[in-house]
Design a protein around this ligand. Structure first.
Ligand code: UDP
Length: 240
């Protein structure tokens, strides 16, 4: 299996909402456990795994700003939420016997390691799973952009974007019966058609660094390892 796989090192991005399971808010540990099993199944194929988990299940800066909060403080709260999610995932992975490390873009040395490229690559090469937390470490950004940034820095072969749909569609498949799913699509087409699979800054970063983005449904059990081996439904976003 490992030698036939296209991607040797991937960055898997999931939004914080995935961690909620059926709950309206927060972290459902059973759901984190299921996601951890998927990640472990990928790691078992020999693929080096870096994770980025959003924070939307706990707090989004824009929502805070809409209620009158200072945007920068609100974004810092969103950033903290991503660290909480990362710690939850690390705990579950560790309990399952995997050495996993949280690398935060904002230094909090008594809580987790501080992100550096060298440290990230060192852990990956040692067979550990890394969870890149705190997004870019900066307000006004998103964890999608953080994911594209880390994928570029860590020389990942692909950015796997787990969403609630099984790829990129020409229109919203929930409201448009004529919507068709692309097997492949270019970054520029995504931007031109304003197909919002990730924010435009993240798309541009992946495009400029030649990192294919693989969009698939994280809701489908076993999807990550299936897509990793080239099966199942997904869309690959590439340069041309
Ligand atoms: N955030 C930020 N800078 C970053 C990454 C995240 O300010 O580089 C904040 C922002 O407020 C965002 C929140 O953290 O709303 C949660 O991240 P995101 O919305 O990307 O999470 P997701 O939607 O993927 O769960």
């Amino acid at each position: 299996m490992p030698s036939t796989q296209k991607y040797k090192r991937i960055l898997l991005k999931v939004s914080g909402e995935v961690l909620m399971g059926q709950q309206p808010y927060g972290i459902d540990l059973d759901t984190v456990g299921r996601l951890a099993d998927e990640v472990l199944a990928c790691a078992a194929t020999g693929t080096q795994m870096a994770l980025v988990i959003g924070g939307g299940n706990i707090f989004r800066g824009l929502a805070g700003a809409a209620k009158g909060m200072d945007r920068v403080s609100a974004d810092h709260m969103g950033i903290m939420a991503t660290v909480m999610n990362a710690l939850a995932m690390q705990g579950v992975l560790t309990r399952k016997g995997m050495d996993a490390r949280v690398l935060s873009a904002i230094a909090m040395p008594t809580v987790c390691e501080t992100y550096s490229r060298a440290k990230g690559i060192h852990h990956l090469e040692a067979g550990r799973i890394i969870i890149c937390a705190a997004g870019t470490g900066l307000p006004f950004f998103t964890t999608d952009t953080g994911a594209a940034l880390r994928a570029a820095e860590l020389s990942c072969d692909a950015l796997f974007k787990g969403t609630s749909v099984d790829g990129v569609y020409s229109a919203d498949p929930k409201s448009d019966p004529d919507a068709r799913r692309y097997d492949t699509i270019s970054f520029n087409e995504i931007l031109a058609k304003d197909l919002r699979i990730m924010d435009p800054a993240a798309i541009a970063l992946a495009r400029d660094n030649g990192i294919p983005v693989v969009v698939f449904s994280i809701r489908k059990p076993g999807a990550v390892v299936e897509v990793l081996s080239g099966g199942g439904l997904f869309t690959t976003v590439t340069k041309d």
